[in-house]
Design a protein around this ligand. Structure first.
Ligand code: SF4
Length: 334
C-alpha cells in the first residue's frame, strides 16, 4: 500500500481522486468506486500497490496484441479492482472481487520477466492486464519505469477509462496498449458499464498520437452493441485516427450479471465485414471455429503472420513490410 498519486484534499478529511472520470469524493475510511483506493485518515492510498492476484507467462497474442512482436511471450500480471462495472464482465472474479493476492514488488515483477530464457519464444516484457491496470496506477508506473530501464517492453490491457494527465504519465513508459472500446454508444456505457464513452475514445486518440502502439478490442454482445450502425460508426471513428489500427471483434459469453446467449458466429462475421470496409486489419476473437486470426497484407492478400490458437508464425512478413508486394505494415517487431 502507498499514498496515491493524483488526488486532492478537501474539507473534513475528504479526498477527491483525480485518476479517472468516476471523479470519486471519498470520506475517511471509505473506498472509491473501484474499491482499491481508500481514504485513510485524509490520505488517499492505493490499496493494491505491490499486490498481485494473478500472473502468468502468456503469449502476446492472448492480450490480444497481433501486431506487437508476434510469437513472443509477455509476463502478465493483474490485481483486484476496476473503475467500470460492466454487467457482462468476462473477468469479474478479479475486477469485482477481492481475495487472495501475493506480495509482488516492482523489482520482482521485472526480474521475473528478465529471467525468462527461451530463444524460441522470448519474453519481451510485462503486460498489466486481467482486471483494470489503471486503478493500479502507481504500481504500474513504478514497475514500467524499472522495466524500461532493463530494456523490457510495457503493455497495458485496459478499458481506457482514465483522465488525461495520468494517461500521459503512463505513456512515457508504455509501448503498447489494447484498449477495450465496449460499444460506440453513450447509453451502453452508462447503462451496462456505469461509465462514459468519451474518455475512452480520447484515450485511444491520445495514445496513438503519443506514438504508443494501439490495438482496439470490442466484445460484440447480441442485441446490445451488434447493430450494423454501431459497428460502422466505431470503425469509421477508428479509421479516422488511422485505418492501420488493428480491431479485434471478440465473441461474448454469458458471465457475471448478463445471461443473454453467446454471440452467434454469423454476427461476428457480419461485423467483421462491415469493419473491414474501413480498416486494414480486423480480427475475430474467442471463436476458434472462425478462421480470422491471420494477418494478411491489405494490398496483395499474402499471409504475413499465420496464427493457430495463440501461436504465431511469420510468413511473408519482412521487417515491417510485405515481402511479396513491399507494402508497409503496422507491426512493431524485433
Ligand atoms: S480511480 Fe477509483 S477512486 Fe479514483 S476516481 Fe476512479 S473509481 Fe474513483
Amino acid at each position: 500500500m502507498r499514498e496515491a498519486d493524483y488526488y486532492e484534499k478537501l474539507e473534513g478529511d475528504v479526498v477527491h481522486c483525480l485518476l479517472c472520470p468516476q471523479d470519486c469524493r471519498i470520506r475517511p475510511g471509505k473506498v472509491g468506486f473501484c474499491r482499491v483506493r481508500r481514504n485513510q485518515d485524509g490520505v488517499l492510498v492505493a490499496v493494491k500497490y505491490g499486490r498481485v492476484a494473478s500472473y502468468a507467462m502468456d503469449p502476446v497474442e492472448k492480450k490480444p496484441l497481433y501486431h506487437f512482436h508476434p510469437g513472443t511471450y509477455i509476463f502478465s500480471l493483474g490485481a483486484y479492482g476496476c473503475n467500470l462495472r460492466c454487467r457482462h464482465c468476462q473477468n469479474w472474479e478479479l475486477s469485482q472481487g477481492d481475495g487472495e493476492d501475493v506480495p509482488f514488488p516492482p523489482e520482482r515483477a521485472v526480474e521475473t520477466a528478465a529471467a525468462w530464457s527461451d530463444p524460441q519464444r522470448p519474453c519481451i516484457g510485462l503486460a498489466y492486464t486481467y482486471s483494470e491496470p489503471l486503478v493500479w496506477f502507481e504500481y504500474v508506473l513504478d514497475t514500467a519505469r524499472l522495466a524500461r530501464e532493463r530494456g523490457l517492453k510495457n503493455v497495458l490491457v485496459t478499458n481506457g477509462y482514465v483522465r488525461e494527465e495520468p494517461l500521459k504519465d503512463l505513456l512515457s513508459y508504455v509501448d503498447a496498449m489494447n484498449v477495450d472500446v465496449k460499444s460506440f454508444s453513450t447509453e451502453f456505457y452508462r447503462e451496462v458499464c456505469s461509465g462514459r464513452l468519451e474518455p475512452v475514445l480520447r484515450t485511444v486518440e491520445t495514445a496513438h498520437a503519443a506514438g504508443c502502439h494501439v490495438e482496439v478490442t470490442c466484445l460484440i454482445i447480441p442485441g446490445l452493441n451488434d447493430g450494423d450502425d454501431q459497428v460502422e460508426r466505431l470503425s469509421e471513428w477508428l479509421a479516422g485516427i488511422s485505418p492501420e489500427i488493428p480491431l479485434h471483434l471478440s465473441r461474448y459469453f454469458p458471465n457475471w450479471k448478463m445471461t443473454r446467449p453467446e454471440t452467434p458466429v454469423q454476427t461476428l462475421r457480419r461485423a467483421r465485414d462491415i469493419a473491414a470496409r474501413h480498416l486494414s486489419y480486423v480480427y475475430i476473437g474467442n471463436a476458434w471455429e472462425v478462421d480470422a486470426a491471420d494477418t494478411a497484407c491489405p494490398s496483395c492478400g499474402a499471409v504475413l503472420v499465420s496464427r493457430r490458437g495463440f501461436s504465431a508464425r511469420r510468413m511473408e512478413l519482412e521487417g515491417r513490410k510485405c515481402r511479396r508486394c513491399g507494402r508497409g505494415v503496422n507491426i512493431r517487431d524485433r
